[in-house]
Write a protein of this length. Structure first.
Length: 232
């Protein structure tokens, strides 16, 4: 049975139910995070030359936007697809990439630490966080800007995994920790965490990559599809 939670959909959404599942909490009073609209995983098995990797990376995509990642989004009319792409650019999203499918096991813990976009520790995991842009009004000034610490550590615990049962996919919990870096971050930079759990059903690689590319054609939010991948 497909992992889905029914919700009220906007007119341009593909389906009226969420695909996959994720929930999050933050330690910040004024910063929330909601990327549980569509949650799925796929094995990045073939490169642009269609060469197959026997132990490929596995990507988990989490977005606020509700759509069916297993159906071709190019079947939508232009206005609907543009509306979804717009929402993608102004809502929360998170991508997690496990370096090797064979290393993903129930009960395993994987970590990575990044300074900005540079990985400084952990070779088996990568991630990209996209926070919805802050809402502004006519009185908004830069005096109100309080950035989050730029040193970020993601810890992922895999609860269950199956690459034969698409509905099961990858499930787990995560903690994303923000730390300020002296001399680089402003003194007001905040430290804290985003914690959450997710269930990411498995989607066929070709369809997943095409839909991610369509949604991010105008304003890329996540580094998916992975570099060197996609339609040859």
């Amino acid at each position: 049975m497909r992992l889905a939670v029914c919700v009220c959909a906007l007119p341009w959404l593909v389906v009226g139910c969420r695909f996959g599942e994720a929930s999050f909490e933050t330690s910040f009073d004024d910063v929330g995070f909601d990327a549980g609209g569509t949650v799925f995983s796929y094995a990045d098995s073939r490169d642009v030359a269609l060469v197959e990797n026997a132990d490929p990376p596995v990507a988990v995509a989490m977005t606020w936007v509700v759509f069916d990642p297993g159906s071709d989004l190019s079947d939508l009319d232009g206005a609907s697809l543009f509306g979804m792409a717009h929402e993608m650019s102004v809502r929360d999203a998170l991508a997690i990439v496990f370096a090797r499918q064979g290393a993903i096991e129930a009960g395993s813990t994987t970590s990575v630490t990044k300074d900005g976009t540079d990985v400084v520790e952990g070779a088996d995991l990568d991630f990209s966080l996209y926070l919805a842009p802050e809402r502004l009004d006519a009185g908004s000034t830069y005096a109100e800007v309080v950035p989050l610490g730029s040193r970020r550590t993601l810890d992922v615990i895999v609860d269950s995994v199956s690459f034969t049962d698409a509905d099961a996919g990858v499930s787990g919990t995560l903690t994303l920790t923000f730390e300020a870096v002296a001399g680089r971050d402003p003194g007001i930079a905040r430290e804290g965490t985003i914690t959450g759990s997710f269930r990411a059903p498995l989607v066929e690689e070709r369809t997943a990559e095409k839909n991610l590319a369509l949604l991010q054609a105008q304003s890329p939010v996540l580094p998916l599809p992975l570099a060197g991948r996609g339609t040859p």
